[in-house]
Design a protein around this ligand. Structure first.
Ligand code: HPA
Length: 238
């Protein structure tokens, strides 16, 4: 049944979803990694596709947009109207720790937030949300084959990209938080509420300690992150 935000029919969405913020990343990933795929959504440009991986596992690729309110809408509808059972977000983050370099991968084992999302869902704002352990252990096994530096730990989901307080990040740095993005908390909270599996894998796209930019070589590592996410979906689908 289509929703106000997703036009796909129920049969057109697979139970295993790869979730991107950027619609063009969804499109490029479908073109590169899927065969016999079709577009299942274009409402608001939140492009979605369903097709088969090279190992013939049927998955959907869907766009969640930027920030928790946007991801929250798509994740809620995928779970509650399309019976999606596993969601892996593959995104980017800013690194808080010095030993993280551009292109490194972070597995968000845990996530905290500076937002009001928890209290809107009857949780204390200090509640830590967690990734699905099964997805995490499959991911850790697979990443070692790809030879990409990675860390597993806690990230921050923030509601601000342009923070008025330029020193706000130092508090998280001192707490050992690995990095910051803007969606994972809502994903893990909804996964927990509705009893599905979720994992966020984020690639470092910028650092709070220096002002490096992503080179084409580092961007190609994003490709590795997508390969990794698809491999995890394939294994959990078995
Ligand atoms: N802040 C929030 N989200 C992000 C960042 C950041 O620095 N980098 C990539 N996503």
């Amino acid at each position: 049944m289509p929703t106000p935000h997703i036009q796909a029919s129920k049969e057109d969405v697979a139970p295993y979803v790869l979730f991107f913020g950027d619609p063009l990343r969804s499109k490029n990933a479908a073109e590169k990694f899927l065969h016999d795929y079709k577009m299942i959504n274009s409402i608001r440009g939140a492009l979605g596709y369903t097709g088969y991986t090279s190992n013939n596992v049927r998955i959907s690729i869907m766009t969640h947009g930027m920030g928790q309110p946007s991801l929250g809408i798509y994740a809620y509808e995928l779970i509650n109207y399309y019976d999606v059972k596993v969601i892996i977000r593959a995104g980017t983050c800013g690194a808080y720790q010095k030993d993280l370099n551009l292109g490194d991968i972070i597995f968000a084992k845990e996530v905290i937030t500076d937002s009001n999302w928890p209290s809107l869902h009857n949780l204390d704002n200090s509640t830590v949300m967690k990734a699905d352990n099964n997805l995490l252990s499959i991911g850790e096994k697979q990443v070692q084959k790809l030879n990409i530096p990675y860390q597993i730990g806690t990230i921050l989901t923030s509601d601000v990209f342009y923070d008025n307080n330029k020193d706000a990040w130092k508090k998280y740095y001192q707490q050992g938080i690995l990095g910051v993005e803007m969606e994972t908390y809502a994903l893990y909270q909804l996964a927990s509420q509705f009893n599905i599996k979720a994992l966020s894998i984020v690639s470092v796209s910028d650092s709070y300690h220096n002002h490096q930019e992503m080179t084409p070589e580092i961007r190609s590592k994003l490709h590795n992150m997508v390969t990794l996410a698809i491999t995890i979906l394939e294994e959990i689908a078995q």
